[in-house]
Design a protein around this ligand. Sequence first.
Ligand SMILES: Cc1cc2nc3c(=O)[nH]c(=O)nc-3n(C[C@H](O)[C@H](O)[C@H](O)COP(=O)(O)OP(=O)(O)OC[C@H]3O[C@@H](n4cnc5c(N)ncnc54)[C@H](O)[C@@H]3O)c2cc1C
Ligand code: FES
Length: 304
Amino acid sequence: MTPAQPTAEGCHSSNVRRARILAHRQVADGTFRLRVACPEIAATAVPGQFVMVRLPGRNDPLLARPLAVYDTFPADGDTPASFDLIYVVHGRFTRSLCSEAAGADVAVWGPLGNGFSPPAVDHLVLVAGGIGQTALLALGKERLGAATYGASPRSIAKAKRVSFLWGARTAGAFSDLRDFESAGMETHLATMDGSAGHHGTVVDLLDACVANDPDGFRSGTAAIACCGPEPMMEAVAAWCERHQLPCQVSLETPMACGIGICFTCVAAVRDPDGGWDYRRTCIEGPVFDAETLVWHPSDADVLA
Ligand SMILES: Cc1cc2nc3c(=O)[nH]c(=O)nc-3n(C[C@H](O)[C@H](O)[C@H](O)COP(=O)(O)OP(=O)(O)OC[C@H]3O[C@@H](n4cnc5c(N)ncnc54)[C@H](O)[C@@H]3O)c2cc1C
Ligand code: FES
């Protein structure tokens, strides 16, 4: 059975917007950046939220895909308020999307999900793997006071420092690092092939950063926000547990509706009573405290 989901054309369409592509360009190997005119989403999205995107009038692929809101931009002259998405070409949707030019429309709904809420700390450390940086830029800018997000003023505890650690297979995967640097973030790269930054994983890079700056990663003064492939996030969560640092992760679980109807997006999450249950990543997530996640639900009965 096809899961219920809003479509650009019909049912539940009140929250689906047709939005104009203002700019669309390649920014890294197989990676594209899209600017979409949509004042409603641009004005309300907070760091870590996402939108569901479809190509209007097409049924292949049938289901929309979730993409993180990378950054938002206020109205400027004739240009309406807009937001940026950055995506890697993987399969049918992203292959179709990358051939759409400025001036075409996308169907979008959102902003969706809970967003990040790391504790107030002196040093916020953003850890990205692959395309995971898309969920983290706005959080770092907000905590440094370099930008504000959301419909109403939010009470945000500022960080004295924000570091951005980014791991990828190779240097060609990195894009728009300047966005992080110009906001005042300290940036550190790692690549598996050694073509840029530290040679190794982003967890190796965390070890190197702690060795250089142990005071900056002391328990009680630092916190981690993380997004990337699930094995990488699990490794970062384990690293945080060893270092007694709070960690929030944004899951990239496949989604069909994005609005809580279809239950395709569930993740196993611990309850306060010690048990666990499935939670919808699109509603209760995509951001979870790492310590509450059961990464391998088949082992969960043993843990419970
Ligand atoms: C909350 C949220 C935010 C997201 N934000 C972004 C974002 O900002 N930018 C972005 O590029 N992606 C993001 N994703 C992932 C994105 O939704 C998928 O990459 C998307 O499904 C790709 O659609 P597709 O039709 O091109 O590929 P699909 O046909 O869905 O997949 C093609 C192949 O690629 C694999 N694949 C799909 N996604 C990934 C992935 N993320 N990593 C590794 N392999 C994958 C699939 O297993 C399959 O084998 C996000 C996901 C979630 C849940
Ligand atoms: S994607 Fe449908 S319930 Fe989460």
